[in-house]
Design a protein around this ligand. Structure first.
Ligand SMILES: Cc1cc2nc3c(=O)[nH]c(=O)nc-3n(C[C@H](O)[C@H](O)[C@H](O)COP(=O)(O)OP(=O)(O)OC[C@H]3O[C@@H](n4cnc5c(N)ncnc54)[C@H](O)[C@@H]3O)c2cc1C
Length: 360
């Protein structure tokens, strides 16, 4: 009989904390060695910094890819890791990692998902991205009811009086969308210069001319409540006058900032916001927990995607060694190994023989 904990948890060889480019490539390297893994990220989409911070920027230093956008890189990685069928769990932070007496790990996420993992690979980059929050008194009290940092269900805002804060793409895109469905939309930004796409800004001003949305330059000074319900914002305008802007719902899109978050509580040795590792195994001070990509630290570390790819390859061999101690792991080439080709799903051959593979 399995204990209750094991019955509830997903059993896997490795949990990868962070689905940025390095965490994604870790799936590939573990998959080649026949290991199963689960990939978890606090963001709602895979790709880490590439997706979140610079999806349309060109990258020129990925070996053998002279140029591709960050979004394309993530799409290619997604394609490359497909054969290994890793479980992908987005929109949830890994909150707890606890080592058990048998050397395996109990891992839990903010959504209550549980994993019984042979190893943990931390590929958490610069940390877990969190929305920048409105910091006026009592704002936290209304979070999830009248104040939102993400739109989970656009229909919930239909027919409402909305105020949207921000000047980036999310703020402008939602202003344009809600101008169609809400009762009223007021966009508030501290100045009339925007980070959002110029076409969206132009469209917002056109809608304002038509009276379908409004725009105010100003900064939020406080909340106005009535019987505990949020009724309005106090907004100081550029002209120095503080006005009350009434609302049903407030949407804040001030971007995301990375926080090391719960990783700091997992008993790992830290060096500021990075995790020291050795360069042979990419293992942390806790045997069985590895760290790759921007989050790790060792002499000569360079925070580049290609460095993280190399680290993922070596970490995969160390994961295998941790799971099967004393068992020799052969280096094989994808070009010539029927076993690797079978794992990649690129051959019909079903041999598990290593006969024709190069070993090292
Ligand atoms: C503007 C810009 C341009 C760049 N250009 C280049 C370039 O040209 N070439 C290059 O090589 N590099 C470039 N970089 C750097 C490159 O993006 C990073 O080196 C790379 O993203 C690191 O990948 P990663 O997988 O280690 O981490 P990240 O991409 O940071 O991904 C880490 C992920 O882990 C998640 N996470 C963290 N903690 C948790 C937790 N507790 N639970 C769940 N999820 C968690 C985060 O949400 C995040 O999605 C650039 C960076 C920026 C900002």
């Amino acid at each position: 009989m399995l204990p209750d904990r094991a019955k509830l948890a997903t059993v896997t060889d490795a949990v990868i904390v962070g689905a940025g480019p390095c965490g994604m490539f870790q799936v590939f390297e573990l998959g080649l060695l026949g290991l199963k893994c689960e990939l978890i990220d606090s963001l709602p989409a895979i790709g880490g910094q590439c997706t979140e911070l610079y999806p349309d920027k060109p990258i020129y230093d990925i070996p053998a890819v002279p140029v591709c956008t960050a979004r394309e890189l993530i799409e290619r990685l997604q394609e490359q890791i497909k054969p290994f069928g890793a479980g992908v769990h987005l929109g949830q932070e890994v909150t707890s990692v606890a080592k058990r007496e048998d050397g395996r790990f109990d891992v839990e996420t903010s959504r209550g998902a549980r994993f019984d993992a042979g190893t943990v690979v931390i590929a958490a980059g610069v940390g877990s991205f969190q929305p920048r929050k409105l910091s006026v008194p009592d704002a936290d009290k209304h979070e999830g009811t009248a104040i939102h940092y993400r739109v989970k269900d656009a229909e919930a805002f239909r027919g409402k009086d909305l105020v949207i804060l921000g000047g980036g793409d999310s703020a402008l895109d939602w202003t344009l969308q809600f101008a169609e469905t809400a009762n009223s939309v007021v966009l508030i930004h501290r100045r009339a210069e925007f980070r959002a796409a110029p076409a969206s800004v132009e469209r917002m001003f056109a809608l304002r001319e038509e009276g379908r949305c409004d725009f105010m330059e100003g900064t939020v000074q406080g909340l106005v409540e009535d019987n505990g319900a949020l009724r309005a914002l106090k907004v100081a305008g550029r002209d120095g006058i503080t006005r009350s802007v009434s609302l049903d719902q407030l949407l804040v899109f001030w971007g995301l900032s990375p926080k090391l978050g719960p990783i700091a509580t997992w008993g790992l040795q830290l060096n500021r916001k990075t995790i020291p590792v050795d360069t042979q195994r990419f293992q942390t001070n806790v045997p069985g927990i590895f760290a790759i990509g921007d989050i790790n630290d060792y002499p000569g570390k360079k925070k580049l995607i290609l460095s993280g790819f190399h680290e993922a390859a070596l970490a995969a061999f160390s994961v295998k060694e941790y799971l099967q101690p004393g068992q020799k792991v052969h280096l094989q080439y994808t070009t010539t190994s029927p076993l690797l080709q079978k794992r990649l799903g690129v051959t019909g051959e079903s041999t598990e023989s290593l006969g024709s593979a190069r070993t090292g």
